[in-house]
Design a protein around this ligand. Structure first.
Ligand SMILES: Cc1cc2nc3c(=O)[nH]c(=O)nc-3n(C[C@H](O)[C@H](O)[C@H](O)COP(=O)(O)O)c2cc1C
Length: 299
């Protein structure tokens, strides 16, 4: 299906884009107006855009329904300061409750049952229950339009970070900079409609950064590897990340490989299939060099 955005109603545009651009982290924004009324609302049109200067942006859009503006936007126009509280799984239902459209004078901290904690350099309070929060100064507000659904970018400079002790690695690293344990930050993120996802140890995985010496690239893989019916795109990505095609190592001594070479010697197509299956399973275990040896043994 090919969809031209100009043919869609605003709610339809929002629907498709929010399902496809996901998961999105949630900025739980605490703001204040000149009268001192506090507001707390979640926004998933949010991300980091620069680390030096440290800049994050979130977008309280004009309502698709009636084109009104959000209290959060009104507040930052009056008092250009915000605390962005990160949302973890334990907070998600209360966070959603805070997105109700309470009147401007109603403090969503109270409604959603969160505790206000004094920030150190900005006026809006922090959410005590949040494990990571950022005190920010609003640098600029960039309107993307006057229509319902138009984003209003609140561009924020992060001044102070508050990080809960429990999010750090257990054993203090020797280095000066303390390391965070990603597994301990149980983020939740927003997807399309009512869908959210939870980040935990079961769904986290690592992709080792490509080395600074460039990977050879998929186009440089031998044709029988590149055109394999068995090896997946992820398998090829790992194989192509070596800085040169490895040489066959006489010392590589692997019983399963020996068995394949002996058993299938009379049937080369079957042998190739078995070798690729074995290489694929080695790659699933992160054993790139071993997988290469298995694949090269077919040359
Ligand atoms: C998880 C979550 C994410 C949301 N993300 C956005 C968003 O990125 N932009 C937006 O305009 N509204 C978003 N909303 C809806 C606002 O939170 C909602 O309109 C809220 O009432 C705004 O409050 P305010 O008028 O007090 O600022 C989101 C709601 C939830 C629950």
């Amino acid at each position: 299906m090919i969809i031209s955005l100009q043919d869609l109603k605003p709610a339809e545009k929002q629907y498709y884009l929010q399902h496809i651009i996901a998961p999105r982290p949630i900025c739980f924004a605490s703001t204040i107006d000149v009268e001192g009324n506090v507001n707390l609302s979640p926004f998933s049109f949010f991300n980091i855009f620069s680390s030096n200067p440290p800049v994050v942006i979130f977008s309280p859009a004009r309502r698709v329904r009636d084109n009104t503006t959000k209290h959060t936007l009104q507040n930052v126009l009056e008092v250009p300061e915000v605390v962005i509280n990160m949302v973890t799984y334990d907070m998600v239902q209360q966070t959603s409750l805070a997105s109700c459209e309470y009147p401007k004078t109603v403090n969503e901290f109270t409604k959603a049952g969160f505790t206000m904690e004094k920030a150190t350099v900005v006026r809006p309070p922090m959410v005590k229950e949040s494990l990571a929060k950022m005190e920010c100064r609003v640098m600029e507000i960039k309107s993307l339009g006057e229509m319902g659904g138009a984003g209003q970018l609140v561009i924020c400079k992060v001044l102070v970070l508050h990080i809960d002790e429990n999010l750090f690695e257990d054993v203090p690293a020797d280095e000066v900079m303390r390391k965070l344990d990603q597994r301990k930050i149980h983020h939740v993120a927003r997807l399309g409609g009512d869908w959210y996802c939870q980040v935990n140890e079961h769904n986290l995985f690592k992709v080792i950064k490509p080395s600074t010496s460039l990977g050879i690239g998929v186009d440089a893989l031998p044709a029988h590897i590149r055109n394999s019916k068995i090896l997946t795109g992820n398998n090829l990505g790992l194989l192509a990340n070596v800085k040169e095609i490895p040489v066959i190592e006489a010392a590589f001594n692997d019983d399963h490989l020996k068995q394949i070479l002996q058993y299938y010697s009379i049937n080369p197509p079957e042998m190739e299939k078995e070798l690729h299956l074995y290489a694929s399973s080695l790659l699933s275990d992160g054993k790139v060099q071993e997988a290469w040896q298995v694949l090269l043994s077919n040359d």
